[in-house]
Design a protein around this ligand. Sequence first.
Ligand code: ATP
Ligand code: MG
Length: 557
Amino acid sequence: MKPNFITEIIDEHNKIGKFSGKVHTRFPPEPNGYLHIGHAKSICLNYGLACQYNGKFNLRFDDTNPCKEEQEYVDSIIEDVSWLEAKWQEPTLYASDYFEQMHEYAVALIKKGKAYVCDLNAEQMRVYRGTLTTPGKESPYRNRSIEENLDLFERMRKGEFPDGAKTLRAKIDMSHPNLNMRDPVMYRILHAAHHRTKDAWCIYPTYDWAHGLEDSVEGITHSICTLEFENHRPLYDWFLAQLQIFHPQQIEFARLNMTYTILSKRKLLELVQSKLVSGWDDPRMPTIAGLRRRGFPAQAIRNFCDEIGVAKFNSTIDIAILEEAVRGLLNKTAQRLMAVLHPLKVVIINYPENQTEELEAINNPEDANMGSRKVPFSRELFIERDDFRENPPKEFFRLGPGREIRLRYAYFIKCVDVVKDSSGEIKELHCTYDPQTRGGNAPDGRKVKSTIHWVSAKQAQSAEIRLYDRLFMKANPDDAPEGFKANINPRSLEIITDCKLEPAIMEAKPRTHYQFERLGYFYIDEKDSIGERLVFNRTISLRDTWAKIEKVLKGRS
Ligand code: ATP
Ligand code: MG
């Protein structure tokens, strides 16, 4: 990890012997949705620090709100953190395992006269709370006796009161300039089953009460969170000081924001529920599950997190940086293959019928260790429809009537006839090949202006290919009076059926990343590829076409 303000703080702690040189971090997700790339940043940071300082790293579910939390989310989070290869201390931890302990702490605060049971409802409490410019008003229940508070709190726990009838609040200062210090709620009544503790509890701790305690119980030394929690820190400090228990150091950093991307679980859930995407793992989603399914390697995500680093001030990262991290890695690691998305048949009229030969193709020009493979060549081939023009404009160097080009790894071919159907649509091309040019060069030294990819028809494997583009049309998806859903890119998914792939695809190991030559990086869709049916997701195009589009748009305005 590059040195940053957090490593500076830790270095300083280690110098003065705070925490006896120990570093223990954690990732504390609430299981109320799938993880996204912003969470990946937090995971890489916390786990990275633990690694760098020879420390420990916990995975702890912050499962204190039973209404929004589900086992499905717990399972997905475990899968995602594992996939990112952040290794946490066994066992996996759950805030709900500390409910009893938190309850004891609450009783201790009541006994110290530092917490009270309040009968104000949510609306009244809001009014009593005051504003940034006006002080709050003390609750009429604030001065209940310790005995009465203990009794009422016990009865809250036993389930004697309906939801919302009472709360337990910290007794701090209703005129404190920091609103978080104005007698915040610690417990609320919620008759709801919890995905782990089931019906054991009908009072649940608030985030503000629970979070600092969870870190303290686990002996977390450096409690790293996003900037929104900076002005909650005095409250966490207050709770820990009152209880006189282990006191972690909270450090706030800037959350990840990214162009063309929504990183709010609530909004991502809205996309899922309104079926604007196929699910949390839709390959257009910025979720770890979506990115994985689309073919983003975990290593590329880690490289990206490393590259952007950590900062103390919020900013927005250009999504192109993430995309470049993916291209950069896949260029070095992806297996090359030829695939034709929009097939146009080519008949090599001077090539013997029923003959097939095998040509040598390089698996990755960036990595000689990846070797080569055999590609079958025969009389009937497919090329990309786009690689032929009947009336080629001057700048078009690919195939046209009477023109000669090179088939990658194979021969020069020349188009001698264009065969059309009754509607005038081009059905196939008739070409001749020059046997002297095997491997791609002419002994007489003549040159061709382009090289195109192709697939032998007889051996070709059919597949469905899904092309993705950014899910939102605007760099800031929230920039619309109707809300972010109005900015969805209607062309974010294009499905092409009956694409033709080299037969080598059938020998591939699962989870192989491919570069389909000249087209982009592709990854098999494990969910929808069943039996004979092959589905590929385009992970990313070879070049950033958006950069070009944006340049044009800028030029116009
Ligand atoms: P919510 O609005 O539901 O609280 P959240 O994204 O904060 O959403 P958590 O489950 O609380 O969800 O997040 C777990 C951890 O991930 C927290 O420590 C949080 O600071 C961190 N985190 C969340 N979003 C980002 C982000 N965009 N960039 C960096 N870290 C993030
Ligand atoms: Mg949160």
